[in-house]
Design a protein around this ligand. Structure first.
Ligand SMILES: O=C(O)c1ccccc1N[C@@H]1O[C@H](COP(=O)(O)O)[C@@H](O)[C@H]1O
Length: 241
């Protein structure tokens, strides 16, 4: 049985590594240099980095040069997201050498473009399904974007390779993952699902690991690492097959 992949998160806002609560602008806690954070996760044994340009996601600017510097400094696989919504931003994201990108808003607002780039780029494209309940949210999680399962069925029909599923109500709260949501999404698609939102403990990671046979491939871990609920080394050991 494959082991759960762990993706430590580096979310960048105004040049700083930050954590938000419920993804709300203004709820930032700053954790300093994004590059130092990314290098630390890599040194601690990470095989993946989840890297997010929050300014690009919120439409308050971008951290494109810094994001490229961080991605370029990584020897590990990078999953990049935030503000990737057209050919130019996609080209810039792929030029960083990232392993894949997550598209959020674009999947809700320009589905034809997303279908095109899925066809062109295959598994370098994942879609971020960020939900409150079963309603998708985009544009910095400030706008409703339709029904989760209707959108999932459409994307599946278009060949989307992977989904990153975030329960916004859990994001940044250390209240534990939404295991029921993850099970339901895995039941609705045969594509791999990366879990995000709420991880607070090693027990949470073990609980998500139990969903690997159902289709959960990985888990993004943010606040719990920055709040030192556990070390990345401990987390990697906890999910080792
Ligand atoms: O990661 C966050 O905390 C976050 C908060 C608010 C909005 C987006 C957030 N992260 C990721 O950014 C992309 C969405 O960006 P876009 O809509 O494609 O521009 C998605 O992967 C979110 O999970």
């Amino acid at each position: 049985m494959p082991k759960l992949e762990l993706l430590p998160a580096v979310d960048v806002r105004d040049g700083q590594a930050v954590r938000l609560v419920h993804g709300e602008s203004g709820s930032e806690t700053s954790y300093g240099s994004p590059l130092e954070a990314a290098l630390a996760w890599q040194s601690s044994g990470a095989e993946w980095l989840h890297l997010v340009d929050l300014d690009a996601a919120f439409g308050t600017g971008d951290n494109r040069a810094l994001i490229a510097e961080v991605a370029g400094a990584m020897d590990i696989k990078v999953e990049l997201s935030g503000g990737i919504r057209d050919d130019a931003s996609l080209a810039a994201a792929l030029a960083t050498g990232c392993r894949r990108v997550n598209l959020g808003t674009a999947a809700l607002e320009t589905p034809e473009w997303v279908a095109k780039v899925i066809a062109e780029h295959g598994d370098k494209i994942a879609v971020g399904l960020d939900v409150r309940g079963t309603t998708l949210r985009g544009r910095g999680w400030t706008r409703d974007g339709g029904d989760l399962y209707e959108t999932l069925a459409r994307l599946d029909s278009e060949g989307c390779a992977r989904y990153v599923v975030t329960d916004i109500a859990k994001d940044g709260t250390l209240q534990g993952p939404n295991l029921a949501l993850l099970r339901d999404v895995c039941a609705a698609t045969d594509k791999p699902v990366v879990a995000s939102g709420g991880v607070s403990s090693l027990a949470d990671l073990r609980a998500i690991s139990l969903l690997v046979p159902e289709g959960v491939e990985g888990a993004i871990v943010g606040k719990a690492l920055y709040a030192e609920a556990f070390t990345l080394e401990e987390a990697l050991k906890a999910v080792a097959a």
